[in-house]
Design a protein around this ligand. Sequence first.
Ligand code: SF4
Length: 336
Amino acid sequence: MNSQLQTKHKAVGLLSGGLDSTLAAKIIHDLGFEIHGIYFSMPWGCCHKDKAQEVADKLNIKFIVMHLDEQYLEIIKKPRFGYGTALNPCKDCRIHMFSRAYEYMKSINADFIFTGDVLGQRPMSQLQNSLRLIEKESVVEGHLVRPLSAKLLKPTIPEEKGILDRTKLFGFSGRSRKAQIKLAEEFGITDYPNPAGGCLLTDKNFSRRMKDIFKHGYRDFNEAVGLQWGRHFRIDENFKAILGRNAAENETIVHHAHQNDFIMALEDKEGPTLILKGDNPSEDVFQVAAGLVQRFSKYRDNSSMKVSCQCVRTPGKPRSITAKILDNSQIEEMKV
Ligand code: SF4
């Protein structure tokens, strides 16, 4: 391929910060393409933003962050192609990301999108049929290159047009990562994270919390983001409580509270912070929430204590609530 011609072509790469997408970026970069790297920021883990940024910096390529937002919650709620082991809608998730990357590709007149997908590596989204389905549904058909497995897949449009030299791509498949590790050595890539397993949607406990807000409702995206911190309890269908498990979580849950929520803590502040979620709680709901604060403090076996409470929207002088004493079975019943 004429290298002067190649430099005129652009490619959009999905960067996760993991080894496979790093290798894919390096392969396409070394073939002379101008690369725009997209990192999808997912509130519940999965990828490695710092690493992805590092890859972009090292290869001197553009780095664009796209956020998965409210619209993505609808995908989790009703995925067209089902879930993986928990609440992870991997096929729909990939379709969503590829569709957005494709829009970006068109907007900058790039020739194709590429990913670090390896045929057969992940059961739900990387089997031959899944790769094809994802490609078709995200309308990127023909424009999606998987440099690590390209030789095992149908030639793409840039390959057919001669923009991308198929002989320079690879034919990796399966769950073993030996071939990728060997290629990383050849490229001198040594510092890469373990395969991403951090997507909380694949976690059954986290999924239970997500299902709970789908059932009972949420007021904004932040409430879904905040599901990852603290202990969660459903008091009744309109109210739930989140308790921090340490000082850092106490701060984080306050930061993610809704304007109509209430912040509760023991009056001496020794113990967890609780966020009571829901609009206009009754006195009984306040007392149960106060009971949870006491229960998860060092005063759990004391007689009923006073818990301070103030609304996020109107922080003023906190009011004092008498904690309801809760037994184990009540706590267990409320756990989400
Ligand atoms: S594990 Fe699945 S749901 Fe989670 S980010 Fe990856 S593709 Fe999306």
